[in-house]
Ligand binder design. Structure first.
Ligand SMILES: NC(=O)C1=CN([C@@H]2O[C@H](COP(=O)(O)OP(=O)(O)OC[C@H]3O[C@@H](n4cnc5c(N)ncnc54)[C@H](OP(=O)(O)O)[C@@H]3O)[C@@H](O)[C@H]2O)C=CC1
Ligand SMILES: O=C1Nc2ccccc2C1=O
Length: 287
């Protein structure tokens, strides 16, 4: 199986299970890394307005498509996000228009996410209304959220004028941050869960249990963590800017983690998060 193996979203669209995260990939190298990723078999790229590399990511996709005319744009899934400082109807419209301009060479955006719920009810509501309009226009194929807790999802699903439910919730997930209540809430509501920072940014590569499972499967810690996300049913978004790591990070579809492996890997007590300031984005936001 390849990285193009997909889930189906509540919109009916399909989303490749593995996506290349491009946060922190320098502007100068993003186009090449994305192009190399497509060469290596990736069909899904995850960017954001705040990553400052949207144009380069889209251009990497466009370059690969131009060089491989038997492949179609529709085989590739490109995500971007509206950042916290662009909540509200007008600013969200502006942000998505800018993202569309940066994605001009690939024609449309597959998924736009609200990057986080950090604003207030009215601003989030305005943001969602703007995204619904883009989705209706066809310039954006799917819309979703990121860093939403249960309370934010409940709020959104209760908008009196809701037309489109979020297709995904992109949240930090790995064996040291399991968030079972939030994950189950998403599943019950037919919202696909996307795991960001699935490698815990590498901070846990020397975890003895991870190393033991990796040895047993003759795989690297990175591959085991990606396989873990897939086995949980998540879209998984590993980031690498090292071309040599692109293929190995996709070479995970043969891994079957046993119940024993899962028990060994998962650390329900840890609640380890890699970046978000928990005073701003509370980690208990599954409540
Ligand atoms: N919605 C949101 O708020 C957020 C979304 N994200 C998304 O998730 C993506 C991934 O998360 P991110 O936080 O970047 O971190 P990851 O958990 O994907 O870890 C990336 C780190 O792992 C290293 N790495 C990758 N592959 C290997 C490998 N095979 N062997 C050894 N080291 C490896 C990378 O180094 P190197 O590049 O040198 O290989 C980098 O240091 C982001 O790029 C972004 O798209 C992330 C955070 C927040
Ligand atoms: O990947 C990410 N890293 C970040 C750091 C700060 C704000 C947003 C993000 C991301 O989405």
């Amino acid at each position: 199986m390849s990285g193009t193996s997909s889930y189906t979203l509540n919109s009916g669209a399909t989303i490749p299970k593995v996506g290349l995260g491009v946060y922190d990939i320098p502007i100068e190298t993003t186009e090449l890394v994305v192009y190399e990723a497509l060469k290596a078999g990736y069909r899904h790229v995850d960017s954001a307005a705040t990553y400052d590399n949207e144009e380069q990511a889209a251009n990497g996709i466009a370059r690969w498509l131009a060089e491989n005319p038997t492949h179609k744009r529709s085989e590739i899934f490109y995500t971007t996000k509206v950042f916290d400082d662009h909540h509200g109807y007008e600013l969200t419209r502006q942000s998505v228009e800018e993202s569309l301009e940066k994605a001009a060479k690939i024609g449309y955006i597959d998924l736009v996410l609200v990057h986080s719920p950090r604003s207030d009810y009215n601003m989030r509501h305005g943001t969602w209304n703007a995204l619904q309009e883009f989705a209706a226009s066809g310039k954006v194929k799917n819309i979703g959220v990121s860093n939403y807790g249960i309370k934010h999802l409940r709020e959104l699903l209760a908008y009196p004028d809701l037309k489109i439910k979020p297709a995904v919730n992109q949240i930090e997930l790995h064996p040291w941050l399991l968030r079972p209540r939030l994950v189950n809430y998403c599943k019950r509501n037919n919202i696909v869960v996307e795991a960001y920072s699935p490698l815990a940014k590498g901070y846990k590569f020397d975890d003895p249990d991870l190393l033991a499972v990796a040895r047993r499967h003759r795989k690297t810690p990175s591959q085991i963590l990606i396989a873990w996300s897939l086995q949980k049913g998540y879209v998984v978004l590993p980031k690498t800017e090292k071309v040599a790591r692109l293929k190995p990070n996709l070479d995970v579809f043969d891994i079957r983690l046993s119940a024993d492996d899962l028990k060994r890997l998962e650390k329900p007590g840890e609640h380890f998060n890699t970046g978000w300031d928990p005073t701003v984005y509370p980690l208990d936001n599954e409540k």
